[in-house]
Design a protein around this ligand. Structure first.
Ligand code: SF4
Length: 288
């Protein structure tokens, strides 16, 4: 699929672009949808202002572990051991650092992360993965696969799925690795929203509803599973359309409200946030 212009909201509305000749009104990934749902101002800072964020040791650790788990399956089944996975950590980190030298900032400054301990944490997360499943008994159909679909509302949904497994029976399992801890029962539905997003895109683009959605939490060795059905995914589609409408309204009015929550503790933009006594920068000039 070719995208002539990837649409993102600006002060001008509506935003339109052509994806493979299809007129689209905008695009959403699960991460950005989650940003807007948790805090509209955070969405603005990330998508409209495109403010830089310092590298987070936890997020970069997650990237390294994801990369190792993807690469592990390049090996013959018998070689997919914890020892081999652990040996991939350092090369994967070196590769990541080569593509983004700014990541070295994590190990400098006033409160530097200890590289040896940080790499050991990556290996510990891989150890938890091996406690949850045996990759020697798996042959994923797809890994780190890009999926996208334009809804009938002309909203483009897109994202990367960590892993798709297809059983001999044709049953499809969509798997996502999380390097944090599993949410409490009250937040499980929120966590599963991302997986329903992927299930909707796979259903619409490939014609079949995935059999199982699986979130693997390597932070505390928990697995969340969910069996989606058509009603679920239709509700997800309606929710995403409504979400885009809310984003479009905020774009049009220039009103991006902050929403204080425990997530503020991880937000890089507290100094610019009115909820914390800050002042956001002026909105960027409209794109011609
Ligand atoms: S500090 Fe909290 S309320 Fe402010 S932008 Fe960040 S997440 Fe939103």
């Amino acid at each position: 699929m070719t995208t002539e212009l990837l649409p993102e909201p600006t002060q001008e509305h509506p935003v339109r672009a052509l994806v493979d000749g299809t007129d689209v009104i905008g695009s959403l990934s699960p991460s950005r949808a989650a940003d807007f749902m948790s805090c509209p101002l955070l969405y603005r800072f990330r998508v409209i202002d495109k403010l830089p964020e310092p590298p987070s040791p936890a997020a970069v650790r997650g990237t390294v572990v994801h990369n190792v788990l993807e690469r592990l399956f390049d090996n013959p089944a018998a070689e997919r051991t914890l020892e081999v996975a652990s040996q991939l950590v350092r090369p994967e980190w070196d590769r990541l650092l080569a593509t983004d030298p700014d990541l070295s900032a994590m190990f400098e400054g006033e409160d530097p992360v200890d590289l040896t301990a940080w790499l050991a944490e990556c290996r510990a997360l891989l150890g938890t993965y091996f406690a949850l499943e045996d990759p020697r008994r798996l042959e994923p159909a797809e890994r780190e696969v890009y999926v996208e679909h334009v809804l009938s509302s002309k909203l483009l949904l897109r994202g990367y799925v960590d892993r798709v497994d297809v059983a001999a029976t044709g049953q499809v399992r969509v798997v996502d690795y999380k390097t944090g801890r599993s949410p409490g029962p009250a937040f499980e539905a929120k966590a599963m929203f991302q997986m329903k997003f992927y299930a909707l895109v796979l259903w619409r683009s490939r014609g079949a509803i995935p059999t199982l959605l699986q979130l693997m939490y390597l932070g505390n060795a928990e697995i969340l599973r969910y069996t989606p059905d058509e009603a679920d995914l239709l509700a997800t589609e309606r929710k995403l359309d409504a979400l885009w409408l809310a984003i479009a309204r905020a774009t049009e009015s220039g009103t991006w409200l902050p929403r204080r929550s425990p997530l503020c503790g991880w937000c890089s933009h507290q100094a610019l946030c009115p909820a914390w006594g800050g002042t956001p920068p002026p909105l960027p000039a409209p794109t011609p």
